[in-house]
Design a protein around this ligand. Structure first.
Ligand code: CP
Ligand code: NVA
Length: 307
């Protein structure tokens, strides 16, 4: 196992499958009689440069369930790269805690934290990717279908951080990944190229569409996310004009496979990228997916911090 968890693309398919299996075991164990205190005495520092509900609470609870503790550090407190350098923060924290989870703007900030810390660093979302989310997504897909390779995952909307990690985990594990996005809002080309490399080993297919209706044909999973990610707030109005044809609604859902499930990393902007009817309908797995952040991240902190 690597020291850090910064991107699913850093991990082999075997390692990713092992993490998913561990998450499944930890989840079963937790609901039977609780998890043993395997991280007793270990503390995870959680650095946030952006807001969070799921990431903050699920990491905190994951640590507590495993007998450890978590420390929330708000943007105002440390001023990542502003009050002091990231290299200094990483080296100081390495003497206090046994792991660092960071939610940042620039992806380079988690890379720098990892470079300078002697303790594991976990990426809790950057402008480039969101690997912990992708692990919870895959866990949810596996629980629903009982398998992974060969499933068709379709992302509708902005080719953002969540789309990058989802595409990479699909390409690694043999799921086909399609995206439909407006012109100019596709996934970063180099990330798509990387996915195609992984796909050539796993046998999966990566496809990019403009038309959401074309993209959802044969979909087992329809995935969407906000049109405007954190840090892009000044583009909100423009995006709200461009993205409405990419709404996941009942009409679009009815064009996918009859047993398709709908995922969304949340927070949802109901009435924009997803309708209430779909978010609260029988195909939605939004809340089990959010809950799976806890179980997927337990596997991650355990593998990295058990030591
Ligand atoms: N999905 C997700 O990461 O949610 P938060 O922004 O609330 O952490
Ligand atoms: N793409 C979203 C995900 C939030 C969890 C954002 O970066 O704001």
């Amino acid at each position: 196992m690597k020291k850090d968890f910064l991107a699913v693309s850093d991990y082999s398919p075997e390692e990713l499958n092992e993490l998913i299996d561990l998450a499944t075991d930890l989840k079963t164990e937790y609901f039977k009689h609780g998890n043993p205190p395997l991280l007793k005495g270990k503390v995870l520092a959680m650095l946030f440069s952006k807001p969070s509900l799921r990431t903050r609470v699920s990491f905190d609870m994951a640590m507590r369930h495993l007998g450890g503790d978590a420390l929330f550090i708000s943007p105002n407190e440390i001023g990542l790269g502003k009050r002091e350098s990231i290299a200094d923060i990483a080296r100081v924290l390495s003497g206090y805690v046994q792991g660092i989870m960071a939610r940042v703007f620039e992806h380079d900030h988690v890379l720098q934290l990892a470079k300078w810390s002697t303790v594991p660093v976990i990426n809790g979302l950057s402008d480039y990717n969101h690997p912990c989310q992708a692990m919870a997504d895959i866990l949810t897909i596996k629980e629903n279908f009982g398998k992974l390779p060969g499933l068709n995952v379709t992302f509708i909307g902005d080719g953002n951080n969540v789309a990058v990690s989802l595409m990479h985990v699909c390409a690694k594990l043999g799921l086909n990944f399609s995206i439909a996005n407006p012109e100019g809002y596709g996934i970063d080309e180099s990330a798509v190229e990387l996915a195609r490399e992984f796909a050539s080993s796993s046998g999966s297919q990566i496809k990019c569409y403009r038309d959401p209706h074309e993209a959802v044909v044969g979909a087992d999973v329809i995935y969407t996310d906000t049109w405007t990610s954190m840090g892009q707030e000044e583009e909100t109005q423009k995006r709200e004009e461009i993205f409405p044809p990419y709404q996941v609604n009942q009409a679009l859902l009815s064009e996918a496979n009859p047993d398709a499930i709908v995922l969304h990393c949340l927070p949802a902007h109901r009435g924009q990228e997803i309708t209430d009817e779909v978010a609260d309908g029988p195909h939605s797995r939004l809340f089990p997916q959010a809950h799976n952040r806890l179980h997927a991240q337990k596997a991650i902190v355990l593998r990295l911090m058990q030591g």
